[in-house]
Design a protein around this ligand. Structure first.
Ligand code: AMP
Ligand code: MN
Ligand code: MN
Ligand code: MN
Length: 287
């Protein structure tokens, strides 16, 4: 049958390899995420909660019921230079001790950071933000800036999530607390120890110039990184092509993911990305 949406008549399987549940800063439980992915035509779905694998069992069981392929993942917080970068792990064994220990260490740092964020907001005239953010936390194991952002919107300090991250919680603004996350080499090492692939998440988001991006991609590849996210809602169409080029030049595989956090909060829904640009090798090439 001819399709009118521009996709080929015999479409490739649809992959969504980046998303968040209530085990980190998403708004839907893992089973609800899987059901939504299946309903939206995703064939291969990865749950990649921040620094956390606790939701993978529930998601895997739901994927078996829904008849879609499930990829066990996580999104690791990493410090590189003075920047925070994110590394998505795909096809990991969540029971691997090196990975589990590394993730536990990253999560432990989040609690003290959050208390410092609360103190910094207090100094800026917003008292009670730590306690307020806790009301939005959905897993006792993890607190993130997203939970502060939801509280700040709810309490009327900002109009939207986008507005929060312009006015608060980012470098130079109230509530920002510098933090040291995992080292890049450690993060990639844990992912590989757990049998997974390491994917540089949304590279277009990092505030680096062209030379800085080349240095980041070089360091990532030299650390053993496997792939970069070419398709991400953080990227423009021009960046889809730019990062496809980088993938080819640096010999990295290409990945794609919606980074969906929940209805009403993420504009790009599960499965809502185009096909990968021609000329790249997909991260699922050898799956
Ligand atoms: P954290 O890992 O605690 O630093 O929190 C980072 C999270 O904040 C990201 O994963 C996003 O979910 C969220 N975030 C960061 N920047 C923005 C933004 N501009 N708009 C909405 N959410 C954002
Ligand atoms: Mn997030
Ligand atoms: Mn991220
Ligand atoms: Mn993410």
């Amino acid at each position: 049958m001819l399709r009118t949406d521009g996709r080929p008549p015999c479409p490739m399987p649809r992959y969504d390899l980046h998303s968040h549940s209530t085990y980190s800063d998403g708004v839907l439980a893992p089973a609800a995420m899987v059901a939504r992915a299946a309903a939206r035509g995703v064939d291969v779905y990865a749950l990649t909660d921040h620094d956390e694998t606790g939701g993978l069992g529930e998601a895997l069981a739901a994927a078996d019921d829904a008849g879609i392929a499930f990829v066990a993942g996580a999104e690791l917080s990493v410090s590189w230079d003075d920047l925070t970068i994110h590394v998505v792990a795909l096809r990991i064994d969540p029971d691997n001790a090196a990975l589990a220990g590394g993730l536990a260490a990253i999560r432990a740092g989040r609690t003290l950071r959050a208390q410092r964020m609360g103190a910094a907001l207090d100094e800026a005239g917003i008292p009670g933000a730590y306690e307020g953010a806790l009301k939005f936390v959905t897993s006792e194991r993890l607190i993130s800036r997203t939970h502060f952002a939801r509280y700040l919107v709810d309490a009327g300090h900002a109009a939207s999530m986008k507005d929060v991250f312009k006015r608060y919680l980012v470098q130079g603004k109230p509530g920002y607390v510098p933090h040291r996350w995992a080292a890049l080499g450690d993060a990639v090492g844990w992912i590989h120890a757990a049998g997974g692939q390491a994917v540089l998440a949304h590279p277009g988001r990092y505030k680096v110039d062209r030379a800085g991006m080349r240095r980041l991609l070089t360091d990532f590849r030299d650390a053993g990184g496997d792939a970069i996210e070419v398709l991400s809602p953080s990227h423009t169409r021009a960046q889809f092509a730019e990062f496809a080029r980088h993938a080819r030049v640096f010999g990295l595989l290409a990945s794609c993911g919606s980074d969906f956090h929940g209805p009403g909060e993420s504009w790009t829904d599960l499965g809502d990305l185009p096909d990968l640009p021609a000329g790249v090798l997909p991260v699922w090439n050898a799956w």
